[in-house]
Design a protein around this ligand. Structure first.
Ligand SMILES: [Zn+2]
Length: 410
């Protein structure tokens, strides 16, 4: 019996040892797997966190863009033969947001409306202000009594650069008439009375220059992609822009009342092209002003902030020691203008081309203060005029050029 017990016991001990060995193997394998999974998990976490972390670097909020699809709900906006403005505005807004998200996941995008609802103008602006947004882009489609009126146009806030620009602002502002309590909310502003528009004469801020620059870039993008008629950039008293406290533009995609324009702006393909155009303009603006600072609106006034993108670094080394030349850009055109063209308003402008667009400038000085004086004189004729810089005959980053200029003054 004792022998039998011993034999059974021995077998049990052997089995137990084998089990332990196997178990240890399994345990080791599990440990190995877990360790690697942990690394994989940490890696995934890191990859996902990078864009946010980049945006929140040094505790700053991410660059925030508010996209405002005009009209909505009971307010359809302008009506075409087969389409409504509110739907076109929404489609293009959503496409634009997708494009921004895809290229710049670190950017925060806020919509003033994502569904078919009516939002008061004042609310649209306060959504942007409350979010401390860096940019406000309002998207609309134009309308006219004349079926011939056509083309896309980008607006900034201002006194109104032409009768047509003023008409567009009046038209868009009229939506407040159907808002509750509008007289109180807008302090007696009557969107139909031209006298109400005097308030826009006094506006001047650094944001306006940035808005004008963004408007130019967006306009070029839209015209380049959609091939719609270029109505250019203009300024007018749009209430929604007046109420925002950051650089802001209002895009009129095209005329819903013109059959050719409507065919483009109401089609999926046309909407994609227009959204791409707006995106391309936004992209250039963001690379210039948004990326290095990561968010604070006020920071933009600080010209000493150095761009951090490698591309810009390259320009610096390539242009080392060379002094920038400043000029005032007054207008752009997708065709070459004759010297006596009405658009030039008698100014003997020169031009340079960028992406096939003719950009007209006036003045030529290495002295930034002098060019500012020239710009001041020009704003009477060209409200959206802004300063551009060239180094060695090539367009240069304006902030970098100002930095070089200031450096040379020391
Ligand atoms: Zn509209």
């Amino acid at each position: 019996m004792p022998f039998v017990i011993n034999a059974v016991l021995l077998q049990k001990i052997r089995r137990f040892a084998l089990f332990c060995k196997q178990a240890r193997g399994v345990r080791l394998f599990m440990k190995y797997l877990f360790h690697n999974l942990r690394i994989l998990f940490l890696f995934l976490l890191l990859v996902m966190a990078i864009p946010q972390a980049m945006a929140q670097k040094s505790g700053k909020k991410p660059f925030t863009v508010v996209i405002d699809p005009g009209h909505g709900g009971v307010d359809p906006g302008a009506l075409g033969r087969k389409s409504k403005e509110k739907d076109i505005n929404m489609n293009v807004s959503k496409l634009l947001a997708e494009m921004i998200k895809e290229k710049y996941p670190e950017i925060k995008i806020i919509f003033t409306r994502t569904t078919d609802v009516k939002i008061p103008l004042v609310k649209r602006a306060s959504i942007a202000n409350d979010a401390n947004a860096d940019l406000f882009i309002s998207i609309h489609s134009n309308a006219s009594k004349s079926r011939k009126a056509n083309g896309c146009e980008t607006f900034t806030l201002g006194a109104g650069s032409s009768a047509e620009a003023k008409a567009a602002a009046m038209y868009e502002n009229e939506v407040i008439l159907s808002e509750d309590n509008f007289e109180e909310v807008y302090k007696g502003f009557d969107p139909r009375s031209s006298e109400s528009y005097i308030i826009f004469e006094l506006i001047r801020s650094h944001d306006m220059e940035l808005s004008a620059e963004l408007a130019q870039l967006v306009q070029e993008g839209m015209v380049g992609n959609s091939k719609l008629h270029n109505r250019g950039v203009a300024s007018a008293g749009f209430l929604v822009l007046h109420r925002t406290v950051m650089p802001s533009i209002l895009v009129e995609l095209g005329f819903i009342t013109n059959s050719n324009d409507e065919a483009v702006i109401a089609s999926k393909n046309g909407q994609k092209k227009l959204a791409k155009g707006i995106f391309e303009g936004f992209e250039k603006y963001y690379e210039r002003y948004g990326k290095p600072r990561g968010g604070n609106v006020k920071d933009r006034d600080n010209k000493s902030v150095k761009p951090k993108t490698p591309q810009k670094k390259k320009t610096v080394t390539a242009t080392k020691g060379k002094k920038p030349v400043f000029k005032v850009q007054i207008l752009t055109s997708n065709r070459k203008l004759a010297k006596n063209d009405k658009k030039l308003k008698g100014v003997k402008a020169e031009y340079y081309t960028e992406n096939g667009v003719y950009k007209y400038t006036y003045g030529n000085s290495k002295d930034y203060n002098e060019i500012q004086r020239i710009k001041k004189q020009l704003t009477a004729k060209f409200k959206e005029a802004f300063i551009v810089a060239f180094i060695d005959g090539k367009k240069a980053d304006i902030n970098e050029a100002i930095r070089i200029y200031k450096e040379s003054k020391k």
